[in-house]
Design a protein. Structure first.
Lengths: 142, 82, 142, 82
């Protein structure tokens, strides 16, 4: 199990290889990437900020909770912080399980929980230089 | 009165103008009461405060959690990670 | 859209980069990997065989069908044929979509369809040298 | 009688002993009738034949599909790819 907040580019290739094993038949990797357009709003870049100690603890708890729900062999979660440009990976979750249905369910569950439970925030800056923090009141954005 | 440390993040940090400040609050205040104190000092925080989560000493707490002297309290606006 | 049957190792890193875009927020990669144990049966290696022209056509159809069901930006499917050892990737499916729920659903759907619809077969060889073709009568193995 | 080409895969190929053979079948035979002919020639194929899919000229067909002269017919045991 590896949980990490980082300022560096996320190496998803390495995550997959860390999750690969001879005892599992399925690896699911999810990458969240920065979109240039949200509706009609153009994004020049994003900045991610975390309450790091609690964010790491929350990610740990989500991973442990998921290991109780599915036969997860290996799970890695890495979230990038700082400035990100369109196309870049902001988050990567990789899971290996004996069978594919479990791996898909576990990986998606982990992402849903991260969106709801982890104290990380993003600020959008548009090409005109305007910026705003994204604080979804009703429902989390994806 | 007791002294606590307040930490603000993201939009809340920008509205308050700083990420960390010391605050005096009445003895035995809970999170709901702290919110009222914060909104009185920083009226712009109201909307975020009503939707924020709070952590004390890096543990999530509920509205009725009693704050102790020297506690580090984090004001966590709605999350948008991922 | 890229569909491929190959004798070479699957480069999933490249598949992810081909699916990455500024207009999508989610990439899901699935890897099917060879398990050393199925129940109590040990596998030394697998051999995959395909009816290639029809398998490629079926994979194309599955990808096109999925593009009608979800807003898929890019999809790549690669299946390795020939001899594979435990831990190796036999199949990789990579999908990019605007949002994560769509990407998970599309990728899992594609895998479920591949298991049912594509004329590819595997033969298991155990450490004692015994071997048998896997022809699931009632339900497909995962 | 018409001449067709039969292709066998995986377990079926091993049971028949070859991947491809020419076969003569009655005019207007369909896939269900072809299956019976194949089982008569290769009784071991019966279980696989009852669960196999068939393709004619690289297109999946149903049991009532009529086979024409020179057709290439593929015997496809239950799949185990992925």
């Amino acid at each position: 199990m590896k949980i990490q907040l980082t300022q560096k580019a996320i190496d998803h290739q390495k995550m997959v290889e860390n999750c690969r094993s001879k005892v599992t038949g399925a690896i699911v990797l999810f990458l969240g990437t920065v979109r240039e357009l949200t509706g009609n709003e153009k994004t020049l870049f994003l900045e991610y900020e975390a309450f790091a100690p609690l964010a790491e603890k929350s990610l740990q708890e989500i991973a442990l909770e998921s290991k109780k729900m599915w036969p997860i062999h290996q799970v890695e979660i890495i979230h990038k912080l700082g400035k990100l440009e369109p196309g870049e990976t902001s988050i990567a979750v990789c899971v290996s399980c004996p069978h594919r249905a479990e791996a898909f369910a576990a990986c998606e569950h982990i992402m849903n929980r991260i969106k709801k439970m982890v104290p990380i925030w993003k600020k959008e800056t548009n090409p005109e230089g305007g910026s705003n923090w994204v604080h979804p009141i009703s429902k989390p954005t994806s | 009165m007791i002294k606590i440390k307040m930490f603000f993040f993201a939009g809340a940090r920008e509205l308050v103008g700083q990420g960390c400040l010391e605050l005096e609050i009445p003895l035995s205040s809970n999170i709901a009461e702290l919110k009222k104190i914060l909104i009185t000092k920083h009226p712009k925080l109201e909307s975020l405060a009503n939707n924020a989560a709070f952590a004390v000493n890096e543990i999530f707490v509920t509205q009725d959690h009693i704050i102790l002297a020297e506690d580090s309290v984090a004001f966590l606006p709605p999350f948008s990670g991922g």
